[in-house]
Design a protein. Structure first.
Length: 309
């Protein structure tokens, strides 16, 4: 896995000095949605899922780019976040009131919300496909607190198929899917850009379940390589969060999340923690054993690196 480095190229991204940023990052179906619902119970946090940036951006960032183009993507990413914070949607009275109902914090703040006044100090953004480019996140919002949540790739692939029916032969016939905005045409199908050169036939002959864990292995591979760097670990900006730990011990890891973000708990936060459960852990075991074995051959290295094999 290549760790992109533009350390010799100055990335200058101006932004609002009044708002702290947070990023929730992880492969789709790794618990990012639950984590955002949890964080949205914090009165001082504005949580936004996707929509303001295209899933194409992190995939383009993985391609060979000049420092100038890479910087343009980083600036575009950050500017999109800043634009949302200056938008009518964010600054509307309705949004302020909705936030209070999501995280009620006193009648006085309800009255302020009814007047359209916001008391937000941290903006937390989630786009699962940013897991393709954790380096881009670091360049675009270098001071952001990141929570990188990861989950057993065999369960991720199982959930991706059950929820979205990803990477089927029909979906490989165009580049419209979020999982593949770039690809190379082989027959009537496209092979995603993240499939290694020379592995096209193996990918196309594999079941969609195996194709899904193939994507997972690249996402977690990029994140593992980037966040393993000493200067990133020493910065304290990144929290590595195992989905299974959060589901099995929500109170303990829920408090660790607050410590990482320097946030105080709220009543709604504790209520959301109680909704965590371990029922979805290991669901992949119901799949055909041959299919699971094929998935483990493709992503065995990454499954082992994260302690799942």
């Amino acid at each position: 896995v290549e760790v992109l480095s533009f350390a010799d190229y100055e990335v200058s991204v101006p932004r609002s000095p009044k708002m702290d940023y947070g990023i929730v990052l992880g492969c789709p179906r790794s618990g990012t949605t639950y984590l955002m619902r949890l964080l949205n119970t914090l009165p001082q946090a504005e949580c936004l899922i996707g929509t303001v940036i295209s899933t194409s951006i992190p995939q383009i960032a993985r391609q060979p780019l000049s420092p100038e183009l890479y910087n343009a993507l980083a600036v575009s990413f950050e500017r999109s976040l800043d634009a949302y914070l200056h938008s009518a949607q964010y600054n509307s009275r309705a949004s302020a009131i909705q936030k209070w109902f999501n995280a009620p914090n006193g009648i006085g703040n309800l009255i302020r919300s009814a007047k359209g006044n916001r008391t937000i100090s941290r903006f937390i953004f989630k786009e699962p496909f940013l897991a393709f480019a954790p380096d881009l996140v670091n360049h675009a919002v270098p001071d952001a607190k990141v929570i990188y949540i990861y989950r057993d790739g065999r369960d991720v692939a199982n959930s991706l198929l059950r929820t979205y029916d990803v990477l089927s032969d029909d979906r490989l016939q165009n580049l419209f899917g979020s999982e593949m905005r770039l690809g190379r045409k082989v027959d009537h199908r496209y092979v995603p850009w993240w499939v290694e050169e020379g592995e096209e036939d193996l990918f196309l002959s594999s079941a969609p379940y195996v194709r899904a864990i193939w994507m997972w292995k690249h996402m977690v591979g990029y994140c593992n390589a980037f966040y393993a760097q000493d200067h990133i670990k020493e910065s304290g900006k990144v929290m590595m969060l195992k989905y299974e730990d959060l589901m099995r011990q929500p109170r303990e890891y829920g408090m660790a999340i607050l410590d990482h973000l320097d946030e105080e708990p709220a009543p709604g936060y504790y209520k959301m923690l109680k909704k965590a459960h371990a029922k979805s852990i290991g669901k992949h075991k119901k799949r055909d054993k041959a299919e699971i074995a094929a998935a483990e051959r493709i992503a065995g290295k990454e499954l082992s690196a994260y302690g799942y094999l």
